[in-house]
Design a protein around this ligand. Sequence first.
Ligand SMILES: Nc1ncnc2c1ncn2[C@@H]1O[C@H](COP(=O)(O)OP(=O)(O)OP(=O)(O)O)[C@@H](O)[C@H]1O
Ligand SMILES: [Mg+2]
Length: 300
Amino acid sequence: MIYDVMKFFKKLDNKDIRILTGIEVGMKHYKWVPLEELVKYTRIPSDELYYKLVKLVKEGVVIGTRTPYEGYQIYFNGYDTLALNTLVKRGSISAIGDEIGYGKESVVHEGMKEPELAIEEPTNVVIKFHREGISSFKSVKRIRNHLVDREHYSWVYASRLSAQREYEALTKLYPEVSVPKPIDQNRNAVVMLFAKGSELTKTKLLDPDWFFDEIMKQIKNAYSLGIIHADLSEYNIFVHPEGVELIDWPQYIRPDHPHIDELLRRDVSNVLTFFNRKYKVDKNLDDIIDNIKNGNHSNR
Ligand SMILES: Nc1ncnc2c1ncn2[C@@H]1O[C@H](COP(=O)(O)OP(=O)(O)OP(=O)(O)O)[C@@H](O)[C@H]1O
Ligand SMILES: [Mg+2]
């Protein structure tokens, strides 16, 4: 589905982007943005606007209704398109390619970024589109109470907040902690470099004790910067011959979080359980937690 959006993205013109932006802005007030509002916002004559809207609906980036009045809304396809448009304009990406991964709450694509100097090579980047839907509305509502009567817009807030939080964590952590280098963020999209190496779950480690200690070092370094992952497991860890990289940070917490001890413990315990089951690594959980909380900052 998203791949079609990418193909379509190449065919979009400035007026299409104006229409999508108009719907995005209108959705702060309307579940279905009325056609007249779009005429006002885009200043595109209504005949042409209507023709373009039909095309956008056909391509799946806009959704239309005729009842109780003629109105339009966007969902993730349209929102991704707006994010891509901004990221391309800023020079943070120049191309988007295949899907390389997905999670419960994201779709991840590879992409390219042009170099700052013409003599350099383009960089391969990762574009992560956050997908937080109505189900995560409740947690956002607690943070932002004014959302109560804008349920139709909640996925926008939730997915944007999630992308902002991930980008924030990465910029605070990089380069002291081994995480993908952050490049940019807009709306629900985060651009970052590829994590080095391969996924821990898909790799056979010859020296599991060493890798386990490397992961603990990174957890400790993040902790010393006031950041706890809070969703760490073997699935969010990459390994390479010189070390490890931790990914997937939108749900990170700060030391003043009421459940910090419990969540730090869960992070470490998830990793320990994996290493114990697969590689028979045997360590004491309490000692590790003590070391993370009280020891000195470790070198990478
Ligand atoms: N920087 C990166 N480099 C390489 N691959 C990545 C990167 N970021 C994400 N991926 C790939 O995309 C997948 C999903 O990314 P991530 O774990 O960040 O998303 P998620 O939706 O939060 O996942 P979860 O299901 O754990 O909540 C990863 O498992 C990984 O395969
Ligand atoms: Mg993940």
